[in-house]
Structure formats: C-alpha cells, structure tokens
Write a protein that binds this ligand. Structure first.
Ligand code: IPD
Ligand code: CA
Ligand code: CA
Length: 263
C-alpha cells in the first residue's frame, strides 16, 4: 500500500530522532569538559546537542529539500507551509550530569498546525511518536493518557527555565496550589519527555512555562493523539507556556494558571 504524505513525514521524523539519538548515546557519560559550552550563566549546550542537530537537519532536508527546519542550536527561518521544529537534546542539564531523562524531539507543523511528532529517549531506547488522526505510539504500541479521576491520585509534572522571565513567585504560587490538591508533583527536566510521559499515563497533568516551539511541537502531537488536552498560552512562539492533561485534570490546571498568570 502506498505511504500517505503524513505517514512519510512521520517515518522521517522517527528516523531523524533515532539518528540524533545515536549521537547523544555516543557522548553519554563520556562528555569532556571542553565539549560543554555556556550560552548563559546557567544555560548549557554540549557538543552532543550540536552534532545531533546537524545530523537531524541534514536528514530532514535530504528527504524534504523544500521544507524549513528550525532547531534550538542553529536556528532557521520558519518560512513556507512545512516547518520542522527540532530539539536535538531536550534535557541537556540532565544529560550532562548523568540523569537519564533526556530526549530528541522532532515535530512538523504544516500550515501552522502541529501534525507529526517523534521523541526518542536514547538512554531507554524508547521511541514515542504520533501523527494527526493516526494515534500515539511507544515502540509500536498504542498509548493513551491516564483515566484516573481523583486529583489526590494524580501526578503532575512542572517546569520553567532557570532564567525565567516572569516573577518566580508566580510559579511558586501555582505549584503550591496544585501541590495541595494532587497526589504528587514531579520536575524531571525535559519538557518533550514529560509530554510523552503524560501521553502514556505516567503523569496526569503538566504545567511548563516559558518554552519554545522545539520543546513542544512533537510532544503535543503525541499527547493529543493519546487523548490528552493541550493548550499553548501564546501559540507556537518563543516563551509559550504549555498546560496539558487528561480531560479530568486539564480544566483545573487551566483555571489555576489563568487565575495566577492571566493567560
Ligand atoms: C529545557 C527543558 C526543561 C525546561 C526548559 C527547557 P533544554 O530544554 O525542556 O525541562 O524547563 O525551559 O529549556 O534546554 O534542555 O533543551
Ligand atoms: Ca528543550
Ligand atoms: Ca535542547
């Protein structure tokens, strides 16, 4: 049977993620200090991030020379109808310090609509992926968001950048309110991976602030196709926030964020 356009996009997204993941795997635990660069006081990038992005970009453009690619490390213009968003290593700090929660995230937006996403976790060799209308999968098996319906049994992941633009107290207030109501809160440190954990029902909800399109495009397609609800407070722009969850918890999280941040 002939592969549809979306299936073709999805296949390339999966392959690109794994190609980036091989680079990441090679460096894990072996990174030398002169392979770590500081973009800011607390902002790191490593040789692994850079090489992974180069390989992914080349692979996507080899298949789709007319598409554009925007990557965290090398930028790129979001021009034309098909734009790929690449985070070559989401969770760089985890990676550098040996905490195995990190991933490679490749997502495609067509006419402003995120339609394909793949996230590969090199340490665990897990591949999450989804395409609009085709469902969400982990290593070939269908996944779906949790069905828990009692807040005190739920787990919510959260996150914000180390150099947040908003007043930090706003985030502490949100976390304090949610912490009070739910069973547990977690801060694993890789937004794209957190969205996959939500998609497979580990987390029930997610609130992560001041992210960029490469952090969220792939994961949001996966979370939505797994039956989750996802809101980007500023759409697909830099500094956007993501609120996501099962239909049981999403309205509550959305309300808390709206009350505290007005978005
Ligand atoms: C970061 C992670 C983290 C989030 C930060 C992101 P990076 O991505 O996703 O969880 O809170 O805002 O910048 O820098 O490791 O690709
Ligand atoms: Ca990231
Ligand atoms: Ca990154």
């Amino acid at each position: 049977m002939k592969e549809s356009h979306v299936e073709h996009f999805l296949r390339v997204a999966k392959e690109a993620c794994i190609i980036g993941g091989f680079v990441i795997k090679e460096y894990f635990g072996k990174l030398l200090s002169d392979h770590i660069y500081f973009k800011g006081e607390k902002d790191l990038v490593s040789q692994a991030d850079r090489e992974s992005e180069d390989r992914i970009r080349d692979y996507i453009l080899k298949h789709f020379p007319d598409h554009s690619v925007v990557g965290e490390e090398n930028g790129g213009d979001a021009k034309g109808n098909e734009v790929w968003f690449v985070d070559p290593l989401d969770g760089t700090k985890n990676f550098v310090s040996g905490f195995p929660i990190f991933g490679v995230s490749v997502g495609l937006v067509v006419e402003d609509r995120p339609i394909v996403g793949a996230v590969y976790l090199p340490y665990f060799n897990n591949l999450y992926y989804a395409a609009e209308g085709l469902g969400a999968y982990k290593d070939g098996k269908r996944i779906s968001v949790s069905t828990r319906d009692v807040l005190k049994r739920m787990s919510v992941s959260y996150g914000f950048p180390s150099r947040a633009k908003r007043e930090l107290n706003l985030y502490w207030e949100i976390i304090r309110e949610v912490f009070d109501k739910v069973g547990s809160m977690r801060r694993p440190g890789a937004a794209a991976v957190d969205l996959c954990f939500l998609a497979e029902g580990i987390f029930d909800g997610l609130i992560e602030f001041e992210l960029n399109p490469w952090d969220v495009v792939a994961g949001m397609v996966i979370a939505k196709e797994a039956g989750g609800m996802v809101k980007l407070t500023k759409g697909l722009t830099n500094g956007t926030d993501v609120i996501a969850g099962s239909s049981y918890i999403f309205p509550y999280l959305e309300e808390v964020v709206k009350l505290k941040l007005g978005v």
